[in-house]
Design a protein. Structure first.
Length: 313
């Protein structure tokens, strides 16, 4: 990518971050997420839940790094953190595509075409989605669900699996995306074997997120339920699918309430947990953003350049 494009792209990426911050605060205030009066929380369990949440975020960059390397885009772990962490709040702008483009935009500054990195970013999101769907399937088997819910759940899982891992379907999907973006960028096929390593890192991340959510529920309800661990993955996958909503705001919480009630908790307690889970997960996103900010500063100190200037080499 020519160096002259760095400043405009950097400007738009930073503007995206600032707009996301503003939109996030507005949505939290609008939906009254800050109102948790009279809530009794076990502080030790809450701290443990946050530690598990933060640990999960440390595995995410490994998956993104692995997927990029498969497409012959070599990035370090630190660069992977920066590319994912800096634009993380873009998900609160309308449309999940904003955070995908933000991540792809940072990587494209290393010289790869933005269209190519955007498609790779979308494929990474699909791999993470199918991992969430598979983990969340445990809930479908454990809790009482309707036949319709089970058909929809496994239909979504199968559709994403076909797009990712069946070459003719994959090629058709890529051609459609490339036609929309009017680009000739090359995007490699990822088969099942080559996806296992990235999938492993996603499983590790979502396992710790689920463990954190389990302790979050324990800190509020005082009940330890094994179904809480895969439940967060189920709710996350539903919110990812809801592309047109800002950050899945309200979608994940509604899913959590629905299945927490099915697990035996009262509607009031389920609603309380779901609301607090949004603030809890926001703490994880702030941690990831701060980590990316610090690592970008460290990269700049070590190389004399920020990630936005790496493609000048």
């Amino acid at each position: 990518m020519p160096a002259i494009l760095n400043k405009p792209l950097k400007f738009w990426l930073n503007l995206l971050i600032y707009l996301a911050f503003i939109f996030l605060i507005w949505m939290l205030v609008k939906f009254d997420y800050f109102s948790l009066k009279g809530l009794k929380i076990n502080i030790l369990n809450l701290i443990l839940s946050l530690l598990f949440l933060f640990t999960g975020y440390l595995f995410l960059p490994k998956a993104w790094q692995n997927i990029l390397r498969h497409h012959r885009i070599n990035v370090s772990y630190k660069e992977s953190v920066v590319s994912e962490g800096k634009p993380i709040f873009a998900k609160y702008l309308p449309g999940k595509f904003m955070v995908l483009i933000g991540r792809a935009g940072y990587i494209s500054l290393k010289g790869a075409p933005l269209t190519q990195t955007s498609i790779i970013s979308f494929k990474a999101q699909m791999i993470s989605l199918i991992v969430n769907l598979l983990i969340g399937s445990v809930v479908v088997f454990v809790l009482p669900v309707t036949v319709t819910e089970m058909i929809v759940w496994f239909g979504l899982t199968l559709s994403i699996f076909l797009i990712l891992f069946i070459r003719p379907v994959h090629n058709l999907a890529v051609r459609l995306v490339k036609t929309i973006f009017r680009s000739s960028a090359t995007v490699n096929f990822i088969n099942i074997r080559e996806s296992l390593l990235a999938g492993f890192w996603y499983v590790a991340a979502y396992f710790f997120w689920g463990l954190g959510f389990t302790f979050l529920c324990l800190s509020i309800s005082g009940k330890l339920m094994a179904v809480d661990l895969p439940l967060f993955s189920l709710a996350t996958s539903v919110s990812i699918i809801a592309f047109i909503f800002p950050g899945g705001l309200g979608i994940r919480e509604g899913t959590l309430v629905y299945f927490l009630v099915k697990s035996g908790l009262s509607p009031e307690l389920s609603a309380t947990i779901s609301v607090l889970s949004r603030l809890w997960f926001l703490c994880g996103e702030i941690f990831y953003f701060a980590l990316a900010f610090l690592l970008e500063k460290r990269l700049k100190n070590l190389t004399g350049k920020s990630m936005n200037d790496l493609n000048d080499n």
